[in-house]
Design a binder for this molecule. Structure first.
Ligand code: PLP
Length: 461
């Protein structure tokens, strides 16, 4: 299996090189040259597999440059850190299935991908006798999952910038209580965008990037998408009892990484009817799917902050396929976006989009009332991101179909919002209580690029 860029500017590369490259060197995103297909018989034979075994079956189809035993060991180690024996269990509540993706160490679905990526990085770096310095900006979830994915790993240091006082309390604790020598938290007096701008500036300095072997962990890394494909298979196997039974998935969406993994599962032959793309007020993708309107707006802050995104970076992967894998057409579209702030598609393309997806945008009032109503009816607590997906599923998907809603975070991770919705504090799990009072390590700084660079250089030496 070889990997190509959506912008058409690189020679096909192997899986391990794709993992280390992250963003393609021509500025595009990496994709497999083709999708392996899974037959009905294979799918049936996977029913009895435990999560790590199933993940191996799915992931190994995209990897031909790591020996099977090594890949198995990487996958086993990654999912042994989850606290639920099923890793990603499915529960049924009020006529919808909830795929619980929050049993990892930072209580959000990003652990599924970042535990795998951390182990993969360590394996490849050891083999190549190389080092990697990861730098990233976070509004909370990516940073905490990335830190836990690489803490204590050989050959890797990580520097995560977060806006001081602007993450949820649990997110801040999950980051700053990690005191391993290779983990560096930087709390910036400023916004997430200030953090992001400084990270971009560091990566933009190519000499610096080369000299210090900078790497990224954002959701454009193919290995992250790949790890997430597995749980679509797992959920399908849990809610169906014979082959070819179609299901719907409702996916609360920010950067389009999670839902793109669902699209990959569908391309591999998993019987998925519709992928429901659920957004909050930052609804550019909903406008696109429902009205063909892909025009940039301002980012609005909401109670589901991990979806407060205007430009969904992984959407480029889908557009590439929508444009029949034509990099020229893709580049024209991005030029149009840069010049006019929009991307336009023709009628045939929009028909294809609506075959793959449906979409709904759920506002904050609806999100809060969904958490409350769902809890009253079932006793089950949704986090605000999951609530967006559940509300969209209840609105849009037929009640007599199998509707699987991805639960992307544990409600305790966004306890402030859950409390606002219910009027009483959300229960705090033991794993969160255990964080309070632990020693923390975090550098607090102004939003000053020179200071951040100085700190980085001093630590890396
Ligand atoms: C990151 C995140 C999302 C959005 O996922 P994408 O892959 O960016 O679409 C949704 N919910 C939670 C809790 C997240 O952390």
């Amino acid at each position: 299996m070889r990997y190509i860029s959506t912008r058409g500017g690189i020679q096909p590369i192997a899986f391990k090189d794709a993992v280390m490259m992250g963003l393609a060197s021509d500025g595009g995103l990496l994709l497999p040259q083709s999708y392996p297909t899974v037959t009905t018989e294979q799918l049936e034979s996977w029913r009895s597999l435990a999560y790590p075994e199933l993940a191996f079956q799915v992931i190994s189809r995209f990897v031909d440059d790591i020996p099977a035993d090594d890949l198995k060991a990487i996958i086993d180690r990654s999912y042994a850190t989850f606290t639920h024996p099923e890793v990603t269990p499915v529960v049924k509540q009020d006529g919808v299935y909830i795929l619980e993706l929050f049993h990892g160490v930072t209580l959000a679905f990003k652990d599924v991908a970042l535990q795998f990526l951390g182990n993969l990085f360590e394996y490849i770096l050891a083999e190549r006798n190389q080092k990697l310095n990861i730098i990233g900006a976070t509004s909370g979830d990516t940073g905490s999952a990335a830190i836990h994915g690489v803490r204590g790993k050989k050959g890797i240091s990580i520097f995560i910038l977060h806006p001081y006082g602007k993450t949820s309390a649990v997110q801040a604790l999950q980051m700053t209580t990690v005191t391993d020598a290779n983990v560096h938290n930087i709390a910036v007096h400023g916004t997430f965008d200030d953090c992001q701008d400084m990270v971009k500036a560091l990566f933009g300095d190519l000499e610096f990037k080369e000299k210090y072997s900078l790497g990224a962990v954002n959701s454009i890394n193919w290995a992250r998408v790949l790890a997430q494909v597995a749980y679509y298979f797992y959920a399908w196997l849990r809610v169906t009892d014979d082959s070819n039974q179609p299901v719907h998935f409702s996916v609360p969406t920010g950067n389009f990484g999670d839902i793109f993994a669902g699209y990959v599962a569908k391309r591999m032959g998993l019987p998925i009817d519709k992928l429901l793309l659920a957004t909050n007020e930052n609804n550019i993708l909903t406008r696109f799917i429902n009205k063909g309107d892909y025009s940039l707006g301002e980012v609005v802050s909401t109670v589901s902050p991990s979806m407060d995104i205007q430009i969904a970076s992984n959407f480029e992967r889908y557009l590439f396929h929508l444009f029949n894998d034509n990099p020229e057409r893709l580049k024209e579209s991005f030029a149009e976006l840069k010049e006019h702030g929009r991307i336009t598609c023709d009628a045939a393309e929009m028909a294809q989009v609506r075959k793959d997806f449906c979409s709904a945008s759920i506002d904050q009032t609806e999100t809060l009332s969904t958490i409350r109503d769902f809890h009253e009816k079932t006793g089950y607590l949704l986090d605000p991101h999951t609530a967006v997906g559940v509300k969209a599923a209840l609105e849009l998907l037929p009640a007599d179909s199998a509707r699987i809603c991805l639960a992307t975070a544990h409600p305790a991770k966004f306890g402030e919002t859950v409390e606002k919705s219910l009027g009483v504090p959300a229960p705090v799990p033991e794993s969160v209580k255990a964080l309070e009072g632990l020693p923390t390590r975090c550098e607090v700084m102004d939003a000053d690029l020179d200071k951040v660079r100085e700190f980085f250089v001093a630590q890396v030496g």
